[in-house]
Write a protein that binds this ligand. Structure first.
Ligand code: SAH
Ligand code: SF4
Length: 398
């Protein structure tokens, strides 16, 4: 992406350039236009993402003149937290206001030493997977890079991780980031890639490439380009072992079927400089939809030539869906078949359920431009008033 488009994306309502979302390259280009040396970029990155300082006047290694110039032209602005909830299991959910009257959700999940932040990439999602609460809300817009990295900044700040003067270092820390919140990251390519570079830059958050994961439902052309821009981990939301079933669950599959998607994912992993990296396959298990032993066997065969580990996600119910969570028996049976076939297969434990922070439950507030959310509400009202049996997959695709 050209620095000019990176900067254009950063201009906030005040028309000042928001430096929060500029990567090292973007900041270097910004300082060059001011006739300043490129090392200023490193200084700014550290002030913003390591020390949590937004006020240029507090940036003591920058001359008074330059601080004043920055005040005129630029700002460092994180999105605003509307509300924050803490689950009894330690999960913390943030509701974050973004420009345009919408709100997004970000979830922090502690697990021993590890602290995983689940970050949103769009306001809503246009792809409408049948089992996903975000999809039911329709779509408003892409998040800017500042709004994406701003979620990491907000969480880190809330744990005292940014070492601003007088701020105590907390015991919780963002050690991992997964782009598994609201939205399809590959539909917001430039902003996601820039935000990821800030997550991994040693002068910013410095998170290892093995601890930043992009999850996609399978936008093949964008996945084919991803390796030119990042070497982060990759998760594929598969959810079905064949095209017929996946077409029903993930409508995007009709455009980019499983074989194309797995080939593209393999090319990404093969292109990484370090060996032994594996693709994470995400498989949301829905009662009587994709949870049968035959599905597990078919999945094992499908993935035979792909370097993967498999993460099974019990479906989390939400109000606009008639799907049910997989039974514990079916879940264990499914996992065992995959383990017996030689796959590392984990089950994602549901976290933060008491604060609606579990996978697929993230909803925020989407000013829906697609009218889809309205249609789903009407569909549901019509169904509630009829006595007919409901076949969930048919219903969501009609
Ligand atoms: N759009 C991207 C990333 C966001 S979705 C993608 O689809 O990969 C992140 C993960 O949450 C996906 O694997 C998705 O399948 C899963 N998910 C969505 N709805 C869910 C639900 N109701 N229960 C459990 N997992 C869900
Ligand atoms: Fe969008 Fe991912 Fe939800 Fe599908 S699962 S609707 S791609 S957020």
């Amino acid at each position: 992406m050209s620095p000019s488009s990176e900067q254009a994306a950063m201009v906030g309502p005040t028309q000042k350039v928001n430096l929060m979302g500029l990567s090292q390259k973007g900041l270097e280009a910004f300082f060059e236009t001011l006739g300043e040396k490129r090392f200023r970029a490193t200084q700014l990155l550290k002030w913003i993402h390591q020390l949590g300082v937004c006020d240029f006047q507090k940036m003591s290694n920058i001359s008074k003149d330059l601080r004043n110039k920055l005040d005129e032209l630029a700002e460092v602005r994180a999105p605003e937290v509307i509300e924050q909830w803490d689950s009894k299991d330690g999960t913390r959910k943030f509701l974050i206001r973004v420009a345009g009257g919408s709100a997004i959700e970000t979830v922090f999940i502690p697990e021993g030493e590890r602290g995983t932040l689940c970050v949103s990439s769009q306001v809503g999602c246009s792809l409408d997977c049948s089992f996903c609460a975000t999809g039911k809300q329709g779509f408003n817009r892409d998040l800017t890079a500042a709004e994406i990295i701003g979620q990491v900044w907000i969480a880190a700040k809330s744990f005292g991780q940014l070492q601003e003067c007088g701020t105590r270092r907390g015991d919780r820390k963002v050690t991992n980031v997964v782009l598994m919140g609201m939205g399809e990251p590959l539909l917001n390519f430039d902003n996601v890639v820039n935000a990821m570079s800030l997550m991994m830059d040693d002068n910013a958050f410095g998170i290892s490439k093995r601890r930043v994961t992009l999850s996609t439902s399978g936008l093949v052309p964008a996945l084919d380009r991803l390796g030119e821009y990042t070497d982060a981990c990759l998760a594929i939301s598969l959810h079905a072992p064949n095209d017929k079933l996946r077409n029903e669950l993930v409508p995007l599959n009709k455009r980019y079927p499983i074989a194309q998607l797995l080939d593209s994912a393999k090319r990404y992993i093969d292109g990484l400089p370090d060996t032994h990296r594996k693709i994470t396959i995400e498989y949301t298990l829905i009662d009587h939809v994709n949870d049968r032993p035959e599905h597990a066997q078919e999945l094992a065969e499908l993935l035979a030539d792909v370097p993967v580990k498999i993460n099974l996600i019990p479906f989390n119910p939400f109000s606009l869906s008639n799907y049910k969570r997989v039974s514990n028996n079916a879940l264990r049976r499914f996992q065992q078949i995959l383990i017996d076939a030689g796959y590392t297969t984990t089950i994602r434990t549901t976290r933060g359920e008491d604060i609606d922070a579990a996978c697929g439950q993230l909803a925020g507030k989407v000013n829906d431009k697609t009218k889809r959310s309205q249609r789903y509400k009407l569909d549901q009202a019509a169904m509630l008033s009829s006595d007919s049996d409901i076949i969930p997959v048919k219903m969501v695709n009609s």
